[in-house]
Design a protein around this ligand. Structure first.
Ligand SMILES: [Fe+2]
Length: 322
């Protein structure tokens, strides 16, 4: 997570370790790269790949947001499978800079991140002296309001992977080095379905953030700019208040999720490690687990009888992909 109150001035950063995916939550970033300029506002994202020099000016003097760094591979669009050629994030909506350059003598500092350490070098000219470029290894930005969600229209609840904007694939199907997923405003129309995120545990560790609004499964407990982290196989789901609201009969009706809400998730099958700063932060919510403490069973069926010999085993009909 980042926070900034000053421009980088005559200095730039290049990441030799991997690619950055930057999600502004507050304040527009005016990013100069060797390829040209990108203006990235909250509600948009940008990807700046390994090795690219870039500087950030903070429009309005304040900026806050999130960064996901991947150390292997690059972000790509997910395979659409039976969705076909169009949907989710469409290639046409990704924008890359047009060439921009300056021929300027100055005292300039180039900071390089390499194996997690920062190194600096001074030079007497601006690095943004690239007059023109071509190729397909270039930074880009994407407006998340362009995302075309796919959803259940009859019953049942799709996995959140249906909201994947970008993925950095791993060699193992069903997992990813990292996925970037959003929960955009959309209609929910499924019947006989618990509509908020279901209770689950899974291989991917999930870091969630909120760009704006109020997320439908964390009543009152998730502020824009905040975050949550659910590690591999840790059970989680909606808090008690959201759950109780979601099982009321009225929750069966078609509804639109708040149009001003935009939450996202970074998912990875690697194990994220918390920094000492995060663990020691005064803003860390130490009683988070209590949001589930009021959950109670609503099961009204009768006790199931002891299974007969024949019922103890059954065909494994579903794939184990989940
Ligand atoms: Fe989850």
């Amino acid at each position: 997570m980042y926070a900034a109150s000053a421009d980088m001035g005559d200095s730039c950063l290049a990441n030799a370790d991997g690619d950055f995916l930057i999600v502004p939550q507050l304040g527009t970033l005016c990013i100069t790269t060797e390829f040209g300029k990108l203006r990235v506002a909250p509600g948009e994202i940008t990807v700046i790949q390994r090795g690219m020099r870039f500087s950030v000016d903070v429009e309005g003097g304040r900026a806050r947001g999130y960064v996901l760094e991947v150390f292997a591979g690059h972000f790509v669009l997910p395979d659409l499978g039976p969705i076909g050629a169009n949907g989710l994030a469409n290639p046409r909506d990704f924008q890359t800079p047009v060439a921009w350059f300056e021929d300027r003598q100055c005292h300039y500092t180039v900071i390089t991140k390499f194996e997690g350490q920062l190194f600096s070098a001074d030079q007497n000219f601006s690095p943004y002296n690239v007059v023109a470029w071509h190729g397909n290894y270039a930074p880009y930005k994407y407006d998340l309001s362009r995302f075309c969600p796919m959803n259940a229209v009859a019953f049942d609840h799709p996995d959140p992977s249906i909201f994947t904007v970008l993925t950095c694939p791993s060699a193992i199907p069903g997992t990813a080095v990292a996925d970037f997923v959003i929960f955009p405003p959309r209609w929910t129309v499924a019947e006989h379905t618990f509509k908020p995120p279901y209770f689950h545990r899974n291989i991917m560790s999930e870091f969630m953030g909120l760009i704006r609004g109020e997320y439908d499964a964390k009543a009152g407990g998730f502020k824009p700019g905040g975050s949550s982290l659910h590690m591999c196989m840790t059970p989680h789901g909606p808090d008690t208040i959201s759950y109780e609201k979601a099982i009321l009969p009225v929750a069966e009706e078609p509804a639109h999720l708040p149009r001003d809400t935009l939450a996202f998730m970074f998912e990875t099958y690697y194990t994220p490690r918390l920094t000492a700063q995060a663990l020691g932060s005064s803003s860390m919510e130490r009683g988070y687990y209590q949001c589930w403490s009021g959950l109670k069973s609503h099961f009204t069926g009768s006790k199931s009888p002891a299974p007969s010999q024949a019922e103890e085993a059954r065909p494994l009909a579903e794939s184990a992909a989940a």
